[in-house]
Each structure stands twice: as C-alpha cells, then as structure tokens.
Design a protein around this ligand. Structure first.
Ligand code: SF4
Ligand code: SF4
Length: 172
C-alpha cells in the first residue's frame, strides 16, 4: 500500500527514534523504517463509510479484511513485487503520510504507524526492537501477523468470491 516493505533505507536512523520523537518529527528513513512489512494494509477490505464517526475513526465493526491482496503482492513472500514503481501499476495504492494517517484508522491494530500514532509503542516483534530479521519473522508468525504464505491475489477474482473471503486474523 504505502510503506517501504523491506525497510531498504540506508540513511541515518537516530537511536530509539520511535520512542524519542513523534511521527511528525521523523526523517524520511525513520518514517520508512517504522513499517514492519506485515503487508496487511495491502489486503482488500470492506469499509462501512456510512458508520464512520465524526473523527473519521474507523473502528473494528466498520472494517472487514479479506485474505485477498492487491495484484502486485507476492503472496509467498508478503512483499510488493514492484514497490518502487507501484503507482504506475496500481494508481490508487495509498501513500501513508503523517497527514493522512489520522484518517486511516482502518489500518490493522498491529500496524506500527497506527500503534505509534495511538501512543502504544512498536509491536514487540518489530525489527527495530529485535535487530534480528529471523527473530522478527518468527515472532510475527507466532503472533499470527503478516500475509506471507496465506493470501491470494485479486487477479481474476470475482466480487462475489471476494465477499466470501473475509478473515478474522486482521483487525483494525
Ligand atoms: S501496489 Fe499493492 S502490493 Fe504494492 S504496496 Fe500498494 S497495495 Fe501493497
Ligand atoms: S500494516 Fe502498517 S506495518 Fe504493516 S505493511 Fe502496512 S504500513 Fe507497514
């Protein structure tokens, strides 16, 4: 959807930046490094816009996630196949920014951006905390987080079939 799935930025990350600065104070590399690459935001979801509260705060009962992903997702790895050029392929891939984050509370509850925005800190498995990609992957699996290996592409899927694929392992 929006994030640096894979955290490829190499610029300076200030020590413990996620707990020392607000999201609006992060540099570009820090902002990108907040993403843990779970891929959940790339799942097709149903949002009940009619019941959104005044602050645009989509709550759990108003959002249903499916296990169907955007066409660019590699469902085996859980990463966008063409992240750098994704908007040439998927123009409506949403850019997650500090400005639109408050209007994106449909993001999963474990999303690191949403958690920091709500003052909850990074999820325990986050690479910034573990410093070990393998450990992070194992902990994400244990926490039942991430789309890798358990999603299907939207390509060729009918709306009717998609409606049958609502899952409960992602919640806003
Ligand atoms: S193009 Fe699709 S798979 Fe890639 S980041 Fe956007 S929503 Fe995710
Ligand atoms: S849900 Fe949040 S942490 Fe997960 S891939 Fe999307 S932006 Fe990154």
């Amino acid at each position: 959807m929006d994030s640096d799935h894979g955290n490829e930025s190499t610029a300076i990350l200030r020590p413990q930046f996620w707990s020392r600065f607000t999201l609006s104070e992060l540099n570009h590399s820090e902002w990108e490094a907040v993403c843990d690459g779970c891929g959940s935001c790339c799942l097709i979801k149903y949002i009940d816009d009619e019941n959104v509260s005044d602050d645009n705060n989509h709550e759990a009962e108003m959002v249903e996630y499916t296990d169907v992903t955007c066409q660019l997702m590699d469902c085996a790895t859980g990463y966008c196949q063409h992240y750098a050029t994704r908007q040439e392929h998927v123009p409506d891939c949403i850019q997650l920014t500090i400005e639109n984050l408050p209007h994106m509370m449909w993001l999963p509850s474990h999303c690191a951006y949403k958690r920091l925005y709500k003052g909850q800190g990074l999820p325990s498995w986050h690479l910034l905390l573990t410093g070990d990609a393998v450990a992070t992957q194992q902990q994400m699996r244990a926490a039942n987080v991430g789309v890798a290996g358990r999603c299907v592409s939207e390509t060729g899927m009918s709306d009717e079939e998609m409606e049958t694929r609502v899952v409960n392992w992602v919640k806003p």
